[in-house]
Design a protein around this ligand. Structure first.
Ligand code: NAD
Length: 499
């Protein structure tokens, strides 16, 4: 099959870009090249930013009701194209079709939240705070927002950002992952069909060079980034030093604590699903099970059974539970960490290396792995593996479990499996992690809350989407006003008023 050409989307149309650079896009289930991506030159990023800047003046002053009607229409378009978006995601990312459709559903929830923004944006008013004086506050958009997104959620993460940025009156330049860029271009078309004026939503493709250009551009006012921790940290430092507002969400190492009073079958079911779903390539994947007291042996036996039941294959085929990894390099990296774990004292309870899927021999597959008795000093514990590998760490009690979690540099998500409300409460109060699940393994907050981790999982003050998203994409103004009556002059004083 010939590789299709993947362009940019600038000022309301597909744009081939000015450079000759191209990068191959693959179907990870077959290993075949399916796309040829145009890599943007700095001049292409400049054109996208300039178009966004021009349109900002009209879009930001378009009545809120008109802006929101575009959001309602976009919601219908995305919903109607769920299957097509899911097919594109699966073809370039590898996750299963139902999982891809689930990612679209999570994105839809953020669009729905943005549809209700007239309520959130309505501002505050204080009457008669002093004699004849009223105070009111409201929020206004920032300008041009650069949105830089990772490969693992090619629809959901752009939808964490763009609906709220656009509904609040900003223009967006999206730089999606170069590994699975095609879904972003369909989103651009759907925005246009929904009635969004040209250049409010643009897509420029490429890697580090184009990101650097966006970070240094004077007309980019804010940067929303989601990706790995080293890149998140560097983007935060560079963009904030240039005076831009930045939220940079990074990587994760999510622990799930299993207490002896938990329902062990329920815990094992959910741990396996959260560790092996999407081949472990989720920032909220559970990658460490913390077995408390004497639950370790029984838990590991149950995890072995669950891992054996996972059907690994092409995500586009019905019945597949887990697809391939994103690249051959990712597969090699994951398998080398599993190989090194034994030398560091872990027991390979399930070894997923070397798995070959019949009929898909060129795919980037690895099977689920379970590593038991993992030390917190081991590489398999310290690294974000981003593959279907569950490390089991054994501890004596809840205090030690909390200590392990709090000593970890990441703080994205965590979970506890228990039958005790008191233990759950203790846990949720003491862990230094942003999102916590109680008998829920992947506690991604609903769209009316905000999503964000602590420590090395997030750089910047704002979490993403929900109320923090609105705060991030807007800035506040407070007006203090007096309208003196005729013949009733207000005395001026050199002193601050005392009432
Ligand atoms: P990545 O950091 O390699 O890339 C993310 C984006 O940054 C891509 O668009 C990429 O082109 C760009 N980029 C890569 N290197 C860059 C550099 N040196 N300078 C500037 N830009 C650069 O991440 P990825 O591999 O695409 O995604 C997986 C990572 O994202 C994991 O670490 C995962 O935990 C994390 N992630 C975090 C969240 C969260 O909400 N915290 C959500 C999804 C993914």
């Amino acid at each position: 099959m010939a590789a299709h050409e993947i362009a940019h989307w600038i000022n309301g149309e597909a744009d081939a870009g000015s450079g000759a650079g191209r990068q191959a896009v693959y179907n990870p289930a077959t290993g075949e090249q399916t796309g040829s991506l145009a890599l943007a030159e700095p001049a292409d990023a400049d054109r996208a930013v300039a178009a966004a800047r021009r349109t900002f003046d009209t879009w930001s002053t378009t009545p809120l009701s008109k802006r929101i009607s575009v959001l309602f229409s976009f919601r219908e378009k995305v919903k109607a194209h769920t299957d097509e978006l899911a097919r594109i995601i699966t073809a370039e990312h590898g996750k299963t079709l139902p999982d891809a459709a689930g990612e679209v559903a999570r994105g839809l929830e953020v669009i729905e939240y943005a549809c209700a923004l007239p309520e959130t944006l309505k501002g505050d008013y204080s009457e008669q705070v002093s004699s004849g004086i009223d105070v009111f506050s409201f929020r206004q958009p920032l300008g041009v927002v650069a949105a830089i997104t990772p490969f693992n959620f090619p629809v959901m993460v752009p939808l964490w950002m763009s609906p709220i940025a656009i509904a609040t009156g900003n223009a967006v330049v999206l730089k999606p992952s170069e590994r699975d860029p095609s879904a972003s271009l369909l989103l651009a078309k759907l925005w246009q069909e929904a009635g969004l004026p040209d250049a409010v939503f643009n897509v420029v493709n490429g890697g580090r060079d184009v990101v650097e250009r966006l970070l240094e551009h004077d007309d980019v006012d804010a940067v929303s980034f989601v990706g790995s921790t080293p890149v998140a940290r560097s983007i935060y430092e560079k963009a904030s030093s240039r005076g831009k507002r930045v939220q940079a969400l990074g990587g994760a190492k999510n622990h799930a604590v299993v207490l002896p009073d938990s329902d062990l079958d329920l815990a094992a079911d959910h741990l396996a699903a959260a560790a092996f779903g999407s081949a472990g390539e989720r920032c909220m994947a559970v990658s460490v099970a913390v077995a408390v007291g004497d639950v370790g042996d029984e838990l590991v036996e149950k995890l072995k059974e669950r891992a054996a039941d996972v059907v690994v294959g092409d995500g586009a085929e019905e019945g597949t539970g887990m697809g391939p990894l994103i690249t051959p390099e990712a597969k090699e990296r994951v398998e080398s960490i599993v190989a090194g774990a034994e030398a560091e004292g872990a027991v390979l309870a399930v070894d997923g290396r070397g798995l070959v899927v019949e009929g898909r021999e060129g795919g980037f597959f690895t099977g689920p792995s379970v590593l038991d008795h993992v030390s917190t000093e081991a590489e398999a514990y310290k690294q974000e593996i981003f593959g279907p590998v569950l490390a089991v760490v054994r501890v004596k009690d809840l205090d030690e479990a909390i200590e392990v979690i709090n000593n970890n540099p990441y703080g994205n998500g965590t979970a506890i499996f228990t039958g005790s409300g008191a233990a759950a409460r203790e846990f949720q109060r003491r862990v230094t992690v942003g999102m916590i699940g109680v008998n829920v393994p992947i506690p991604v907050p609903a769209a009316q809350h905000s999503f964000g981790g602590w420590k090395d999982s997030l750089f910047g003050e704002h979490h993403i989407y929900g109320p923090d998203g609105v705060a991030f994409y807007t800035r506040g103004k407070v007006v203090t006003q007096r309208w003196p009556k005729e013949n009733d002059p207000v005395e001026a004083s050199l002193n601050f008023p005392t009432n």
